[in-house]
Ligand binder design. Sequence first.
Ligand SMILES: O=C([O-])CC(=O)C(=O)O
Ligand SMILES: [Mg+2]
Length: 639
Amino acid sequence: MISLNRSSFLNNPSISGSNIPSSSTQRRPAASLKVVASGSNNRSGDRNGSVLIESKLMESPVVEVEPKCSVGGGVQDVYGEDSATEDQNVTPWSLSVASGYTLLRDPHHNKGLAFNDKERDAHYLRGLLPPVVVSQELQVKKMMHNIRQYQVPLQRYMAMMDLQERNQRLFYKMLIDHVEELLPVVYTPTVGEACQQYGSIFMRPQGLYISLKEKGKILEVLRNWPEKNIQVIVVTDGERILGLGDLGCQGMGIPVGKLSLYTALGGVRPSACLPVTIDVGTNNEELLNDEFYIGLKQKRATGQEYTELIQEFMTAVKRNYGEKILIQFEDFANHNAFDLLARYGTTHLVFNDDIQGTASVVLAGLIAALKSVGGSLSDHTFLFLGAGEAGTGIAELIALEISKKTNASVEETRKKIWLVDSKGLIVNSRKESLQHFKKPWAHEHEPITGLVDAINEIKPTVLIGTSGKGGQFTKEVVESMAAINEQPIILALSNPTSQSECTAEQAYTWSQGRAIFASGSPFGPVEYEGKVFTPGQANNAYIFPGFGLGLIMSGTIRVHDDMLLAASEALAAQVTEENYDKGLIYPPFSNIRKISAHIAANVAAKAYELGLATRLPQPKDLVKHAESCMYSPTYRGYR
Ligand SMILES: O=C([O-])CC(=O)C(=O)O
Ligand SMILES: [Mg+2]
């Protein structure tokens, strides 16, 4: 296999010598090619008559061409074309050749036993594999069989990560074909445990680490990443990983997991995804005392030192990847998350999954729940336990949706939404001492400290847990909700499962099977008095992959709240009668690619309507367009 890639060998003059063609599509037979490269990023060798140069570009367009999008050219166009910046225009073309043993070690091109006889001959693989040739489907079946042998979830996680590093297409095929079974493995809850253990299970780098040591050099660091046409970055500083607190540099598991869902669930090419962890230290004493900890062993930098590092990162990202790079903030602590979103929301294409993604998915669930419960959103009263990113983000989006539907001001629509934090109900008399993001939720009321008292006083129809603390929805809490509502809507959103405010079984049992329940992390079906209840998963994984695809495929340059509403409506519209009959307010994840295409289409339509989309003209059928742009993990044939 030979491929010619545009890559960044700026620091490597020897590779841009006369043997390197200057156009992108040239191809030569492996055996006739001789290129000598030197430099730290390249190795050269001469095996079986073929020459190997490991270029910095991991996925090569020659063999990785995706099906053409129905509108707007091929995927390279749709996804890649405009992301080159003036800096990239000076990067030379480089050549990469992989064959034989090295091809089997290249996760982007390896197919293992699925290489057919012709490919084995053409690419020097004879004898390197046992004689059998199998289909990708059989490989999936075998891997699923193997993974199911592991009883410990973390072992399953490690087996999946191992596969991702061995055979990327097989990894994504498995994840797509068995999404409901594997989501809890590569994502919440297991990813939380993986982050806690990241220091000891860390094998190969899966993303970019930008620590205080890299200050002043972030642009160079970005250029060390082997891929050039990045379209989405998920970045964390590890300070609030799920509901598990400060995990410092070990938070890397989160961007890696989220981006694997961008590909599996949203169809964004793996090579367009960049996981980043910003390491400014950790305040987690246990990690600081752990000899295997992989991050900076210091307390978190704050104030100017923190702000400057983030600023350098944001500037470098835009400079390197252009205006349309999507940056998803993930699992930052409250005290930074809101500020970062406000600061960069006007200059960059940024999206905070914990504030906005969670809000959009919960709003979708509520819109869907109205079908069973009746009334419109404005008829309901909402009580939140937890007033951080998720709580205030959801509250604000509900207020916005009601305001759009009723023409009342957002200030007015906020009045039926109440939040309880660790100090009790958020009321006017507390206003002075509240953090800025809580202030809009301070309503006129006597102070109340307990959740049960707040329920009895406010009489909510919807109870939403975003506290990050497990077990907060006690029997008394659920019973209080059931006493005042025929069908109480109870959402226990904190992640992972250990932090869920209550379990599905508790919600159904304590409400005598009347609750409409969904949780952030998955719970299995529950039987109560002969009836089986299947809880839904109100997780932002429903939204961010399709949302991101919508932004990317339309070349959108800024996120607007109306796009979040558009995403919620698209998701709610995917809940079928059959789902409602089972008490579900979310469609099953097994249909997620179709769901993501609808979300992407609605988001893109809104972006075009708002004049924020730059990829013109607007495709006629946005759903079809979204589908045609999605990455497929099916193996490519190699000539
Ligand atoms: O990752 C998840 O499952 C949802 C999420 O963003 C969080 O809990 O921080
Ligand atoms: Mg998160």
